[in-house]
Design a protein around this ligand. Structure first.
Ligand code: KE4
Length: 430
């Protein structure tokens, strides 16, 4: 019995009259997988319900924030309590101080941080700060890594390695893009080449320490250590963009998992518990350059918003009180990824999986996926067909081959069994 989609489709058609593509973020339009995007009206725990009343088992989790699942009672109660005292004051509140202290306690390398309202604001500010701190113009990012939509970061590789970047979006100026070098991920030689060619001119390297935005791609052994050594030697800052990995792959993020000490860290998603929060932080000698203390300007009307701080604080308090959650997520996600991969193999479907903790991706190809070039070899049409088949069976996966999926602490062994069974049937339908 195919899913009813009439009401979602009507909402989508109405929305397209007043919102570009009918969505407030492009990936939600389901262009990469086809079909009508469900319009979600409610979530609870692992479940989502759409406007037509269809129920889904959710593996997107709002793209990472909801490690505790939807509408977790402790988070909901915290938001309700904060809301009763007023939504926003444009003044300092004890809640933002409490959350800042909780983040600093979990990330020892962060002596000071500044809250903003999105991951984009966090990385944009970190880049500006790195350029000011080093008085250098160039930055290094990696193909397949996404750090939000600031102009300097919407840049793709020029022709050949270590050449000037070219705009990755209309509206980004060539004159600005040229100062971003976009290099292949997991390739140390390319970084060494860039630092040799642009000696003493590179302000920072920004990297997803575990990539989520080309699908899940872990760092190869020694890669992050090499980035740390090269940047330290060159007087450049290492920025770990932990918007996705922070409090996800470990309570102290990828820097705890891999033992890397960055100069700046960007955070988001989980620290907002589902509400809009980003943050950037690092050593005081760097952060003290930010206004009003120093010359780097950055501001935000809703930065440190009390409702968002309350949601983030409740989330981090729960994670801190229950460290066993990370062991449980590691084990349950391992079972899920392995059993779905086995189901694909049994159905003769080429699939390769990458996973770090509770973030993972099944790539529709048989090769190893370690960078953008290898990820891009995936059969996106087959992924789209599988995504639609899983949606029909009530499993809500990220609507793009090049996104990470997430397990939450609300997921159970029964959810995994149900998902594996849906996958088994879906592979047969390909
Ligand atoms: P936001 O501006 O979307 O809050 O964060 C940007 C960002 C920065 N850094 C990393 C590592 C990120 O993953 C993101 C945003 N992630 C995407 C999901 N791949 C957000 C989903 C969307 O764009 O709608």
């Amino acid at each position: 019995m195919p899913r009813k989609t009439e009401l979602s489709r009507k909402l989508q058609q109405r929305a397209e009259k007043v919102i570009p593509g009918g969505v407030d973020s492009p990936v939600r339009a389901f262009r990469a997988v086809g079909g009508d995007p469900p319009w979600i009206v409610r979530g609870n725990g692992t479940l989502l319900w759409d406007a037509d009343g269809n129920q889904y088992l959710d593996y997107v989790g709002s793209w990472g924030p909801l490690i505790l699942g939807h509408a977790h009672p402790e988070v909901t109660r915290a938001i309700e309590a904060a809301a009763r005292s007023g939504a926003s004051f444009g003044a300092s509140t004890p809640l933002e101080l409490e959350l800042a202290e909780a983040v600093v306690a979990a990330f020892p390398v962060i002596e000071k941080l500044r809250f903003v309202s999105s991951g984009t604001e966090a990385t944009m500010s970190a880049i500006r700060l790195a350029r000011a701190h080093t008085s250098r113009k160039y930055i290094v990012k990696f193909e397949g890594c996404y750090h939000g939509h600031a102009d300097s970061l919407l840049v793709k590789a020029g022709s050949g390695v270590a050449t000037l970047g070219i705009p990755g979006s209309a509206g980004v100026l060539d004159e600005l893009a040229q100062f971003t070098l976009a290099l292949p991920y997991n390739n140390v030689a390319a970084v060494e080449q860039a630092f040799a060619k642009f000696k003493d001119q590179i302000a920072c390297v920004i990297v997803e320490p575990v990539v989520g935005n080309m699908g899940c791609v872990p760092p190869v052994a020694g890669y992050l250590e090499a980035l740390r050594a090269i940047t330290k030697n060159a007087g450049a800052l290492l920025i770990l963009d932990e918007v996705m990995t922070g409090f996800r792959v470990a309570f102290g993020g990828a820097q705890q998992l891999y033992g890397i000490t960055p100069d700046l860290t960007t955070l988001g998603k989980i620290i907002g518990g589902g509400l809009p929060v980003g943050a950037y932080g690092g050593r005081a000698e760097i952060m003290d350059k930010v206004a009003p203390l120093g010359p780097v300007y950055q501001a935000g009307t809703l930065s440190g918003n009390p409702l968002a701080m309350a949601a983030g604080l409740a989330t981090l308090k729960h994670l801190r009180a229950h460290p066993e959650i990370y062991t449980r997520l590691e084990s349950l996600a391992g079972v899920l990824v392995e059993k779905v991969s086995a189901a694909a193999e049994a159905a003769g479907v080429k699939l390769t999986a990458n996973r770090v903790g509770s973030m993972f991706t099944w790539f529709f190809q048989s090769g190893k996926v370690s960078d953008w070039d290898s990820a891009a070899k995936s059969d996106t049409a087959a992924f789209g067909k599988w995504h639609r088949a899983m949606l029909e069976r009530g499993v809500y996966l990220p609507p793009s081959q090049y996104e990470a999926a997430f397990l939450s602490n609300a997921h159970t062994e029964d959810d995994v069994r149900e998902t594996v069974e849906a996958a088994r049937e879906s592979f047969k339908s390909l």
